[in-house]
Write a protein that binds this ligand. Structure first.
Ligand code: MFK
Length: 538
């Protein structure tokens, strides 16, 4: 008897399979066909060689060896084959170098993040060390510290894998992952050399050659302002860690390819990046860059899940028809597609603005907008990624729950996105801080309203109403505890309204091609089915 055999989902060239990215990049890079070719190549790798390697590497994890056979403490971490390949590729493709080389001016960030978006879902969160490396490059290049710029940037920006370095971002300590001002690590200066002593509780990608970290110079006051920003290199020329011990690797729900570690700093030599205080302010360029990477990773993982789910829906037959022809299954996928589309367009608008900020500069209003947009996009897409990928797994029925389909890892990895780089609540409060004084806040909110496209569709009216009501809430809420209590609902109201506004702007000019059975106008209406105004609920 021949038993039924189900065909699994498959991936093709992930650039060609992505009508959103192809339409966006064809518009912006119509004169730069070499960029389109590079995206096509990355799409081919992502759906081909890297995807296969990812499946083959599925059960492997980084290994920490603390001792050599003769009793010497070595603390070596070996990453898996996929990560080794990803590192070489990241350097060769210029995933960090592109926005600093500035070959395409303000479009350089778009070029970079379009590649990152294709690269990310097939490389098991190698985007983590890359995000921190980009953040470190940005922080150092703005620091005015020429010595460190000369020492580190050529490595961070190298396209030669043998020269390429990644950077860590060592912030988290036991007393406060969010409340970084509680950092316990002490710095003292001996004969002109700073040395760090303390415990870093959660350092991602501990294989990096350098790190930016916070520590409190002896005698400095408590709190964030008493911290200073330090640069350190992790190993000496013989490859030995410089007074750093790796206590253990973390046993995490997801991101299991990332060698996240607990470290003891036992007199680690370090250099001040800038002044010996205000370290949180000094590291904030890094935070904003890694938060942008977080958003791109969120949309990239959603896209991967949806591509697999659409492909499966075409193959899987149940109750007499392919799932894609079942009205309810199709509707479920389209609803997820609408969430993705809003997230995609707002994230890439942020990227666009970042590119402009780094080249032409922004006017005051745009600057305030980008400062606000970064936490909003990070927190909104983080939540969406978890929700969408949970649904994606359900689209496969029981198969979505089975590890060797490669599906569950998508949800586990997505779960980190709302947590690291600022939780949803911390970023909601950051959004309020970013809005500044009541007058600046009202100006920025007015600017957001102006950006909503003209038109009287229900979705557009809903967007204007939600933004207007967020502005009203902010004006009326003067009690600090009440502001804090509503901060998440306020931030999500803004995040979702801005996504719908971005989707509506694109719907006016962009078409998706024939890969998806829907157009952007329809997606816009579906996006608006979920309530935009979270402030009305209470
Ligand atoms: C896949 C892609 C992603 C990959 C990521 C991989 C790595 C993951 C590893 C990590 O998770 S690293 C740890 C991440 N941790 C955080 O993101 C910390 C979350 N907590 C916050 O963001 C808090 O809001 C913060 C630590 C900033 C609060 O600290 P403080 O000491 O209370 O700071 P304060 O007084 O609010 O701000 C100090 C200064 O920094 C102020 O400027 P002034 O000194 O001029 O007044 C702030 O305006 C400024 N500042 C703070 N956040 C800023 C900022 N400026 C610009 N942008 C920001 N985001």
């Amino acid at each position: 008897m021949k038993l039924f055999q189900q065909a699994g989902p498959r991936l093709d060239n992930q650039y060609h399979a992505d009508p959103y990215l192809s339409a966006l990049t064809q518009t912006h890079f119509s004169e730069q066909q070499s960029v389109i070719r590079q995206l096509e190549q990355m799409g081919e790798l992502a759906g081909g060689e890297l995807y296969q390697l990812q499946q083959a590497d599925r059960l492997n994890e980084p290994v920490l060896t603390q001792w050599d056979p003769w009793g010497e403490r070595i603390d070596q971490i070996e990453v898996t084959a996929l990560w080794k390949r990803a590192e070489v590729l990241a350097a060769e493709q210029g995933l960090i170098a592109i926005p600093y080389e500035q070959k395409l001016g303000a479009l350089s960030r778009l070029h970079q993040f379009a590649l990152v978006y294709l690269f990310t879902p097939s490389t098991d969160i190698y985007s983590c060390p890359l995000a921190m490396t980009d953040g470190a490059a940005r922080t150092l290049s703005q620091s005015g510290n020429q010595k460190l710029i000369d020492q580190a940037l050529p490595h961070l920006l190298s396209r030669d894998p043998a020269q390429f370095w990644t950077s860590g971002q060592w912030m988290t300590e036991l007393p406060g992952g969010s409340d970084v001002g509680q950092t316990e690590t002490q710095a003292h200066c001996e004969a002109g050399q700073w040395k760090l002593h303390g415990r870093k509780w959660f350092t991602s990608a501990t294989t990096s050659q350098m790190a930016l970290t916070l520590a409190r110079p002896e005698g400095n006051p408590a709190g964030g302002r008493g911290l200073a920003l330090y640069y350190l290199e992790t190993r000496d020329s013989a490859g030995r860690l410089k007074n750093i011990q790796i206590n253990r690797l973390k046993d995490k729900l997801g991101t299991r390819k990332v060698p996240t570690a607990e470290l003891m700093l036992t007199g680690t030599p370090a250099e001040l990046v800038g002044e010996p205080q205000n370290g949180v302010r000094q590291i904030s360029p890094m935070l904003n860059i890694t938060r942008s990477w977080n958003a791109i990773s969120a949309i990239a993982l959603m896209r991967r899940g949806l591509n697999l789910a659409w492909d499966y829906a075409r193959k899987r037959v149940a109750f007499g028809a392919a799932l894609i022809d079942k009205p309810l299954h199709r509707e479920t996928l389209l609803q997820l597609e609408a969430e993705f589309a809003g997230a995609f367009y707002l994230s890439f608008e942020m990227v666009h603005l970042l590119g402009q900020a780094e080249t032409e500069g922004l006017n005051k209003q745009q600057e305030a907008y980008l400062r606000l947009l970064t936490p909003l996009v990070k927190l909104t897409t983080g939540k969406q990624a978890v929700a969408v990928l949970s649904e994606v797994l359900e689209c496969f029925g029981g198969a979505g729950y089975i590890e060797d389909t490669g599906l569950p890892v998508l949800l586990r990895d997505a779960q980190v996105l709302p947590i690291w780089e600022g939780t949803t609540n911390v970023l909601s409060l950051d959004s309020l801080r970013a809005l500044g004084s009541p007058q600046q806040a009202q100006e920025t909110l007015g600017y957001l309203l102006e950006q909503v496209p003209e038109g009287q569709s229900a979705a557009l009216k809903q967007t204007r109403e939600a933004l207007g009501s967020a502005g009203q809430w902010l004006k009326q809420t003067t009690d600090a505890a009440e502001l804090e209590r509503g901060a998440r609902r306020f931030a999500l109201t803004l995040g979702r309204s801005l996504q719908l506004s971005a989707l509506a702007r694109q719907a006016q000019t962009m078409t998706l091609g024939d890969q998806l059975p829907i157009d952007l106008e329809d997606l816009m209406q579906r996006y608006a089915w979920a309530p935009l105004n979270q402030l009305q609920r209470h």
